[in-house]
Ligand binder design. Sequence first.
Ligand code: NAP
Length: 473
Amino acid sequence: MPATRPVRIGADTVTTDEDLVVRSPFDGSEVGRVPRCDASHVERAVRAGVAALADPLAPWQRAEILDAAAHAMVRHRDELARTIAQEAAKPIRTARVEAERTVVTFQSAAVEARTLVGEVVPIDGASPGAGKLAFTLRVPRGVVAAISPFNFPLNLVVHKVAPAIAAGCPVVLKPASQTPLSAILLQEILMDECGLPPGWLSIVTGSGGAIGDPLVEHPDVAVITFTGSPDVGWAIAAKAADKHVGLELGNNAPVIIEPSGDWQAAAAKISVAGFSHAGQSCISTQRIYVHRSIADEFTSALVERVEDLVVGDPLDEATDVSSLISESETERVRAWIAEAVEAGAEVRCGGDLVDGVLAPTVLSGVTPEMEVCRSEVFGPLVGIIAYDELDDALAQANDTRYGLQAAVFTAELATALRAARELDFGGVLVNEVPTFRTDQMPYGGVRDSGNTKEGPHYAVREMTRERLVIIQS
Ligand code: NAP
């Protein structure tokens, strides 16, 4: 039985009487134990953050810590990747990419720490301002409560912790209960190897239902940064009306493939973008609107590639697709497939379990009322919808409660520009899948996809506020 992995709260190394057991979603084996924190641990963690704020880190110190972290992520890449693969069942090659991405996230945050500025305010543009000079300073908002999901247990934590360090804000992190080990390893690296002083990152592990409210309602928490499902996210926002709340939520990403578009390139990209981490990405390609004139060729090309994906153990270098995070999630997606088939969709490949893992699935004949179209699948499944008119494809793509990223494949400049104007999403991609992301770009959605942008440059602005300074000369 693995020993309990303690968390750090302030300067203390903390265990609890009762543990939270972390199991591999692939084979159910125990991969670790972490403390089961309660409201008293949340209180200690927030108090440690308040104490840290009283002894601020200078911007150059923040930058040096972040630079050191970027180097440490390179050194620890394999250990981090293995931890992600074990606790999240993310195939090891994909887990390695997640670990590598944190390097850019930390590097970008270090740039922000070094360059964070306010602006000069032209105060003498109005007569009472004559003879005065004004500018703004960007100051830390205060203690940040960060709540993260299971699907990117390392890089999405870094997307909260790194900008907070750059902004000069201490963090209390609550990682997902299914995947807390990557976050704890990150904390150990930051505190033991990168010079992050106690209090700047405390971790409370435990169920969101038990420690969520004490954290998000704590009067000394100034900022909440949440990534996860819309129901949980909006409920937190409702409880924290006096705080600055950033939400990164779900999506059911559409892509439109026009007759002039390179549909072979689209098929190749979607065979990865719909199935990476078994579709458990908020920008996993899900709804494929393909012009009827190329639908058959496109579908055959996609199915051929998807059938080649290797299903199995996440620790096997050959594996492309492994288990969903839980059996209940597997059963949910299977039920949605059954409902779609009942309503007239056709399974072109997949649809069944292979050694307990849901095989990558392509459905055609999908219609808007099916769950696989209107809801977020978060599983290894794409649905194909043939269309005749671009107007209709754009309207169907927009007909969603979500709005994170959408895409179009076209060789026509006018169509690309029209899609950019009319697709009502946080990001629109042309000749690229909606699943594309780099870690420094502005990333965030509208409607039930959220209310903020991540990427260190943007997140740092969420975690700081502007203070106006006026000087009478
Ligand atoms: P989730 O169930 O909403 O959980 C997210 C986090 O919220 C977990 O740490 C969870 O803790 C915590 N939580 C649960 N109930 C809470 C409460 N009452 N108060 C405070 N915290 C609470 O989401 P998930 O299943 O982990 O992640 C999947 C979702 O995340 C999908 O919808 C996906 O699209 C979205 N996502 C969005 C982005 C983006 O950038 N837009 C990125 C990745 C994922 P426990 O684990 O202890 O329950």
